[in-house]
Design a protein around this ligand. Structure first.
Ligand code: UDP
Ligand code: MG
Length: 153
């Protein structure tokens, strides 16, 4: 099983979509192992979006992530990183396929509802960035055999 990080961006909080978006991950069968509301600082956003630091929109993207608190989540599942990226859809909400989160809820490249880690290595780094160890929980999930065959997990 893999863990991945999802951030419900300020646009999601502002539009009152928090419950709906969390429900998408729950209904898929991902297991919630951490969740908290936090107001991101420019410092942590500079680290998080370091891959964009040469881009003209770097500061704009960081500022948009600090408009209000966000909700950070840790989801677990087999291939969770890929599953969550597929659920999220293409970065630009206008190009994202219908049925994906961004395809269903976003008209924007920037205001695109969620952040989702893009590889298992990134997920491990990002989970450490946003969660303390005691904020992530491993626990027995009673419905595992309803989610997977016994040789899948
Ligand atoms: N972004 C933007 N304009 C762009 C590319 C990215 O505003 O041309 C924002 C957008 O909010 C995106 C974030 O920067 O989600 C991180 O970009 P990345 O390429 O990592 O996309 P993601 O992994 O979120 O799909
Ligand atoms: Mg990315």
């Amino acid at each position: 099983m893999e863990r991945t990080l999802v951030i419900l961006k300020p646009c999601t909080i502002q539009r009152g979509l928090t419950g709906e978006i969390i429900a998408r991950f729950e209904k898929k069968g991902l297991i919630l192992e951490g969740m908290k509301m936090t107001w991101l600082t420019d410092e942590i956003l500079s680290e998080h979006y370091a891959h964009l630091k040469e881009r003209s929109f770097f500061q704009r993207v960081k500022d948009a992530m600090a408009v209000c608190p966000v909700i950070v989540c840790c989801w677990k599942g087999v291939d969770a990183v890929n599953v969550v990226r597929t659920l999220a859809g293409a970065t630009n909400g206008r190009n994202a396929a219908p049925g994906t989160i961004r395809g269903d809820y976003s008209m924007s490249v920037q205001e695109n509802i969620v952040h989702a880690s893009d590889s298992p290595e990134t997920a491990a780094i990002e989970l450490k960035r946003f969660f303390n160890e005691d904020e992530l929980f491993s626990y027995e999930t009673k419905n595992l055999l309803s989610l997977y065959a016994n040789d899948e997990f």
